[in-house]
Design a protein around this ligand. Sequence first.
Ligand code: ADP
Ligand code: MG
Length: 170
Amino acid sequence: MRPNILLTGTPGVGKTTLGKELASRTGLTYVNVGDLAQEGQLYDGYDEEYECPILDEDRVVDELENKMKEGGVIVDYHGCDFFPERWFHIVFVLQTDNSILYKRLEKRGYNVKKLQNNIQCEIFQILYEEALASYKHEIVHRLPSNVPEELESNLDQIMKWIEEWIKDNN
Ligand code: ADP
Ligand code: MG
């Protein structure tokens, strides 16, 4: 059995960058929940205010259940309170300084409202709070995600943890 890892945090903090690189270095399976929802049209309405479809969380969970039971999955999503707690062996909340995050989101062409909303989300550590409310505190870890050196050290740290986990659980 291999561990299931959740990567969460505000849009733009680097979940996808870290998740894909981690998958390629470890052979674990990378799942981007946003892409999965788009491919399967796992939506339940449309948010007019934020101009984005609303995720059908139950269908996303159903879709992923079998894969998660097998283990060895890296899940990437900017939310975490609707996944079953039992799915994850460790949760990483990526965090980025405001000025850096602002530039990344500006590059994505986010409108002012969406930009401000995401920066506020980061300032108030909304995703960290959501993770603490949804999972045992001892499995929730924050990772800084500002510069390439931090990406490398995060990868090293997570890969060491995976190795230990596999040793302890097989
Ligand atoms: P998310 O999936 O959380 O929305 P992305 O992985 O798409 O974030 O990253 C957003 C942008 O930030 C990308 O341009 C990516 O190259 C950059 N980025 C991610 N992590 C880092 C890092 N540790 N250092 C510098 N740039 C990063
Ligand atoms: Mg992403």
